[in-house]
Design a protein around this ligand. Structure first.
Ligand code: CDP
Length: 202
């Protein structure tokens, strides 16, 4: 039986997590949100652990030990993601996951370019900065009623810049990725569009 890898990349709050999870459920594929790996290392870094050490001994159970949605963990994740040794240490974990049967959906920043360059299907989801900041604001406001839209917009801008300009695995659409702009799409519309495309390729 052939095994299919679906790589879904894109910037913060582009909708990749929600879309990837929905696609994996529709296809009954395994799903890995690779941002969680970086967040788990970011969380350990905030506790004082050297990030390379945390990455080299990362255990799947670490992903449930922290409240990975916290903004300070997202910030730390974005910073430790710049370290080439951290990225290298996570490669094997991600590649092993991508081999799971009957197929795997991985979402991140460099899945189609570095982690799974041979993925059968590559998607790059994007959306305007304003649309993404609005989504993240709605999400985070539920946990923190004092958070401001402007702060979130600035944080996303900063993270985009770090992701795009780092020398190790910068965030970029693979040349063979299909790009979708989700700015004006509802979750259902985005999932349907991506799923329709996947069906033409599978
Ligand atoms: O969706 P959001 O940007 O909030 O976060 P995430 O996908 O959970 O990723 C957290 C951080 O990890 C991002 O800011 C990226 O810098 C980094 N990351 C990465 O460098 N490569 C990946 N494959 C996934 C995440």
């Amino acid at each position: 039986m052939s095994q299919t890898v679906i790589a879904i990349d894109g910037p913060a709050a582009s909708g990749k997590g929600t879309v990837s999870k929905a696609i994996s459920e529709k296809l009954q594929f395994n799903y890995l949100d690779t941002g969680k790996l970086y967040r788990a290392i970011g969380a350990q870094y905030l506790e004082g652990r050297p990030p390379i050490d945390a990455a080299q001994s990362l255990n799947i159970s670490d992903l449930n030990k922290y409240d990975l949605q916290k903004p300070e963990i997202a910030q730390a994740a974005s910073e430790i993601a710049l370290i080439p040794e951290v990225r290298a240490a996570l490669l094997e974990f991600q590649r092993n996951f991508s081999k799971k049967m009957p197929g795997a959906v991985l979402d991140g920043r460099d899945i189609g370019t570095i982690v799974c360059p041979n993925a059968k299907i590559k998607i790059f989801l994007t959306a305007s900065l304003k649309a993404r900041a609005k989504r993240r604001y709605v999400e985070l406001y539920k946990h923190d009623g004092k958070i401001s839209f402007e702060t979130i917009l600035e944080q996303i801008k900063e993270r985009d810049k770090r992701d795009q300009t780092r020398s190790s695995s910068p965030m970029v659409a693979a040349s063979d990725a299909k790009i979708f702009d989700t700015s004006a799409l509802s979750i259902k519309e985005a999932v349907d569009k991506v799923f329709d495309y996947i069906q033409t390729k599978i």
